[in-house]
Design a protein around this ligand. Structure first.
Ligand code: CMP
Length: 829
């Protein structure tokens, strides 16, 4: 006789084998894989019901084993969800997520609440169930699963921002749905009401609690990994434990959101964790998690299918009405979110504009999956709910999930076609054809050399070459296709091709170990932004994107803010280091492409256009170089230290490769190899830790550079220094805006600013001051003042200004004199 475990193993691995064997098949016939799996599951379930006790030998055992594994809410929650959630969150770039966090949270939290009430309310109108139970159903049915949408967006090359929005929304709305579900379930079971405040409070506790658990667990992980520096297998295995343990600790022990804990831990690993990991570990991590995600997805859909015949065995008569109402209201609610909220957010400038085509894919592709089922099952399994509630929830959710699976999933493609999202634009077509032909052409011209090397008969070689050449489109074919392309189109094609090469350049730098994963990710994100915007806005989109990727982002700004308001300098120092490395790599890659990439393009587009592209690219390189020079000028020692560390890292990488080669050729033994390598690892580690940047922002240091104070006796200087607050301004930053009320004045300890007055702007350099007029005259600011370089400023707030003026007659006279002169610019001369 077989034991229960033997049967379960037979069931699970049998199902897994069946599932993956279906993959090539579904690809060929073009049905979504998961849909097909669910169908197989249903077929197996039906077979099981029929085969009961008919002694089918191993087949019967398999069917029994598959069902003995049983899809319970616990299996989904603790077995599948951590893996599914961790895998999708790992793939999300946290910077992009944070950049759009408000629209994402709005959709996931407010949107989910709206949707739950709409669905719950509509069903309540036709069902004879209490309102809370209907609301519970609404919450369960509002957790969307975007697998289909994400896959389509990837295929279509949809803007990265949109993909992040959809993925982010689904991860957070799962968590929101679960929290809401728990609150409502508790209300139903205890029969007590929950006040609105109480609900909101417990919602935040659970949500934020989950985030905290995720942060703490991931932080522990990063600490351990950074200290261990072990092999890739250990690191990757630990991430699997992390995914499950953070979920379990949060959900089971601390009763906060497990999904949030796992999402956050995956996000941390995906961003800072990579810096702590070895490069090999990172590759293995990605592959392993892709596999785990694939297994989990494959199994869960078969299991879902398997459970269907049992659940749907006895349906009441009014079931079809209810499920229709649920479907219509849920899709109406989803429409309100996609067609209403997303454009509204774009209008309010907190989100991006999204085309109707993409909105429709988001709307129709909002499938319901594992989370909805798990929640429904947990009601179904809980005898504390009334029999009626249990049946109501499970059958409706099951019917709903099946509908989205068998109706929506296979037809999202049609929506895509209806909006012509699958059609390439003329410029895309031209790029594709040109790219393919230049690839084929390259191969055809390389073949004779290969044949020569291999001493292959020239006739045979000629035949192969000829067959390649015949595949190339003729010039006529090209001409007819590209006639209607404007100059703007051509430039766009060229820019897109260049940015593709730039992206490749960053990947190569990363693969060669020249840049850290963190910098690589930032640069790849920048390249993606430029590509997205060039696709959307052509040349002007490209220009805007190029200047925004070398601008100062929100992280840098928050660093500045921390330094200015709280006097905490290290985050700003770190941002500067990151910026420096980013700009240096960007410049070298852009310069390289200007040389090689443009000559490649010359085969594809007209020489006149290539020339224009060259000029645009040169301009871009100059902008990057200027930004880089600004940092070098301000922090010469520090940038030198960074340059040195970079060079050494490259050297160590080469050293490592040569040791590997020596060992591979059996010139050194494995023991010596190991000791050489571990020495290198230690050196590499000290180099990856960025040197601390001393911003040099102390009042006493800076005050000496301002002539007004420089010659004062020590004690007076010290007294004045107490009133001054040092701060850093970055190139392009508007320090003072015309018309604002004046709250402080500034002394320039180093750097330069531009005062935008008519008719000509004025430049103010090291040692001078500005912003005094508003204080002296008690009037609004009379001009914009913009930093031209990195500037060390000493800020004097209004209150301290009054004190300073009172206590120092000579300084007062000087400041007032300057303010007076600047107030009547015509009189000076
Ligand atoms: P405030 O009006 O507080 O803010 C704008 C500042 O620009 C102003 O103070 C002066 O410090 C500076 N400013 C205005 N006009 C001139 C000028 N003609 N030359 C130099 N600086 C000026």
């Amino acid at each position: 006789m077989h034991g229960g475990l033997t049967l379960s193993i037979l069931g699970v691995f049998g199902m897994l084998a069946i599932a993956v064997l279906m993959l090539p098949f579904t690809r060929r016939i073009g049905i979504p894989y998961t849909v097909f799996l669910a169908a197989i599951g249903i077929a197996l379930g039906l077979a099981l019901q029929m085969a009961h006790g008919t002694g089918l030998g191993v087949l019967g055992d398999f069917l029994e084993g598959a069902s003995s594994f049983g899809l319970t809410s616990e299996v989904i929650f603790f077995g599948f969800l951590p893996a599914l959630v961790f895998e999708s969150a790992l793939a999300i770039d946290i910077r992009r997520l944070l950049a759009d966090i408000w629209p994402i949270l709005l959709l996931a939290v407010v949107g989910l609440l709206i949707s739950s009430f709409l669905v719950g309310g509509s069903v309540w109108l036709v069902a004879s169930m209490p309102f809370v139970v209907c609301l519970l159903l609404g919450a369960i049915l509002s957790a969307t699963d975007p697998v289909a949408v994400v896959a389509i967006f990837k295929d279509l090359g949809a803007p990265k921002r949109l993909a992040v929005l959809v993925e982010g929304e689904s991860l957070f709305n799962d968590a929101t749905a679960i929290v809401l579900f728990n609150i409502l379930a508790a209300m139903i079971l205890t029969g007590t009401g929950v006040s609105l405040m109480g609900g909101v409070q417990s919602f935040f506790t659970v949500f934020l609690g989950g985030i905290m658990v995720g942060l703490v667990m991931a932080w522990l992980f990063v600490q351990v990994i950074a200290r261990l520096r072990t092999d890739a297998v250990v690191e990757v295995t630990l991430t699997i434990s992390l995914a499950y343990l953070s979920f379990l600790v949060a959900e089971h022990y601390l009763h906060v959101s497990g999904v949030m804990a796992t999402v956050v831990s995956a996000l941390v690993i995906g961003s800072t964790g990579r810096t702590a990991m070895s490069p090999d570990g990172w590759h293995l991590l990605k592959e392993t998690w892709e596999t785990i995600g694939f297994w989990a997805n494959s199994l869960i859909f078969v299991l879902v299918g398997l459970a269907v015949p049992v659940i749907m065995a006895n349906l009441s008569a009014d079931y079809w009405l209810l499920v229709t109402v649920a479907l219509v209201s849920a899709f109406a609610a989803r429409a309100a979110l996609t067609y209403g909220m997303v454009p509204a957010m774009a209008w309010l400038h907190i989100g991006m504009p999204v085309s109707t085509g993409f909105l429709s894919v988001m709307w129709w592709g909002g499938l319901r999956g594992a989370v909805s089922l798990a929640l429904a099952l947990s009601v179904y399994e809980n005898p504390a709910f009334t029999e009626e509630t249990r049946q109501f929830i499970i059958t409706l959710v099951c019917g709903f999930v099946l509908f989205t699976l068998f109706v929506n999933a296979p037809t999202v493609g049609l929506v895509m076609k209806a909006f012509r999202l699958d059609r390439l634009s003329p410029s895309d077509l031209a790029i594709r054809d040109r790219a393919i032909s230049s690839a084929l052409g390259g191969i055809a011209s390389g073949l004779p050399r290969l044949a020569e090397q291999q001493k292959i008969e020239s006739e045979a070689a000629q035949r192969v070459v000829r067959s390649y050449r015949s595949k190339l489109p003729t010039e006529d074919e090209f001409e007819s296709e590209v006639q209607d392309l404007s100059e703007e189109n051509w430039l766009q094609i060229g820019l897109l091709s260049l940015i593709g090469q730039e992206r490749q350049g960053y990947l190569e730098n990363y693969a060669a170990g020249h840049i850290s994963p963190q910098i690589a990710r930032i640069l790849l994100g920048a390249a993606d932004d430029i590509r997205d915007q060039t696709k959307l806005g052509g040349v002007s989109g490209w220009r805007t994107a190029c200047s925004s990727v070398i601008g100062f982002g929100w992280q840098f700004r928050s660093g500045l803010w921390l330094q200015r308001k709280l006097g905490i300098g290290w985050p700003l120092g770190r941002r500067l280091a990151v910026r420096y490395e980013k700009l240096r790599t960007m410049r070298s890659v852009v310069a390289e492409i200007r040389d090689s990439g443009l000559s490649d393009l010359a085969n594809v587009i007209e020489p006149k256009m290539v020339e224009k592209l060259g000029a645009m690219q040169a301009r871009r390189e100059r902008d990057i170089a200027d930004a880089l020079a600004a940092i070098r000028e301000q922090y010469p020692d520090y940038s030198r230290a960074l340059d040195e560390a970079y060079l050494e890292r490259c050297a160590i990488r080469q050293e490592r490769e040569s040791y590997d080669k020596l060992q591979g050729d059996a010139i050194i033994g494995s023991e010596l190899h190991l000791s050489l390598q571990s020495g290198l690892a230690a050196r590499y580690k000290t180099l990856t830790a960025q040197p601390r940047l001393d911003l040099g922002l102390t009042p006493m240091q800076l005050i000496g550079k301002v002539p007004l104070f420089a010659n004062l006796p020590e004690d007076r200087r010290a007294a004045i220094a107490k009133l001054l607050h040092p701060e850093l301004a970055v190139p392009g930053q508007t320090i003072v805006s015309k018309g604002d009320p004046g709250a402080s004045m500034f002394f320039v300890s180093s750097g330069a600013v531009r005062v935008d007055i008519d008719p000509e702007p004025v430049r103010i350099g090291t040692g001078a001051f500005f912003g005094e007029m508003a204080l002296v005259n008690e009037a609004p600011r009379n001009a914009d003042v913009v930093a031209l370089a990195f500037c060390d400023l000493l800020t004097l707030h209004k209150r301290d200004f009054d004190r300073l003026m009172e206590a120092n007659e000579d300084i007062r006279a000087e400041i007032e004199r300057v303010a007076r002169e600047r107030g009547q610019p015509d009189v000076i001369d």
